[in-house]
Design a binder for this molecule. Structure first.
Ligand code: PEP
Length: 255
């Protein structure tokens, strides 16, 4: 049985101070939640301070991106080892904003994924179609390409331990979320492809979470779907009460 997984993606929001204040309050609110894996992804500048503030709690910390090289002349970039040393245990890879604004491709996602696994960071790999692709009925082929190329060469046991976030690009930050039928179809498709390409154990154990305008009032319905194992939450994770509510309702729905 997969434990629900709920992660906050803070994007380029929150100073170190704001992030630490959030986590100090949030960890108290969720201290009795033992049936959800909870993660927050602050900007790089706050990873270490947040990891310290979350120490000995049930709140894990993720980077929002990484570079695939261990070190080198890559101005502005951060490696898997650096994230790990700063206290992260997870890393988001291939978020649609990285793909759209920073030119990331399935090939770079794959290199980052290999680097994350090598540093024992749990990857949260984002996939999802644009509105144009959905309107052209290309959603499932796009997901196939992103899975095939993004996860190329990764072993079944590594697939089992990772998280895939299905995030329809048209639903991110727009207030428009996928209907249960749309989310259910995409998640079931992703799991069936994992089964086909990586085997039954990998498909059953891999967490497939939903992202795209998740809020306290829609998490319950989304996470009650059979193949939805939790959520990646942007805007609604910036407020401590709202994210706490999402964790609480996501938990109830999923168990
Ligand atoms: C995200 O950033 O991954 C996301 C899903 O954002 P939002 O919840 O704001 O749509």
């Amino acid at each position: 049985m997969r434990t629900p997984f709920i992660a906050a993606n803070w994007k380029m929001y929150k100073t170190v101070h704001e992030a630490v204040v959030f986590v100090k309050e949030f960890r108290k609110l969720v201290q009795d939640v033992s049936d959800v894996e909870i993660v927050v992804a602050p900007p790089f500048t706050a990873v270490h301070a947040v990891a310290e503030a979350a120490r000995s709690s049930n709140v894990g910390v993720a980077g929002q991106d990484l570079h695939w090289e261990r070190e080198g002349a890559f101005t502005g970039a951060v490696s898997a080892g650096m994230l790990k040393e700063a206290g992260a245990e997870y890393v988001i890879i291939g978020h649609s904003e990285r793909r759209r604004l920073f030119g990331e491709t399935d090939a770079t996602v794959n290199r980052k994924l290999v680097a994350a696994i090598g540093a024992q960071l749990t990857p949260i790999v984002c996939i999802g179609e644009t509105l144009d692709e959905r309107e052209r009925n290309e959603t499932l082929p796009v997901l196939d390409r992103q899975i095939k190329q993004g996860l190329d060469g990764v072993h079944a046991d590594q697939i089992a331990a990772m998280v895939i976030a299905y995030e329809p690009v048209w639903a991110i930050g727009t207030g428009r979320n996928a209907t249960p039928a749309q989310a259910g179809e995409a998640h079931a498709h992703i799991r069936s492809r994992l089964r086909q390409w990586f085997g039954g154990d990998a498909a059953e154990q891999c967490h497939i979470i939903y992202g795209g305008s998740v809020k306290p009032d829609n998490i319950r319905e989304l996470s009650s779907l059979a193949d939805v194992d939790g959520a990646l939450v942007g805007g609604a994770s910036l407020d401590v009460r709202s994210f706490h509510e999402i964790v609480t309702r996501g938990r109830r729905a999923a168990v």
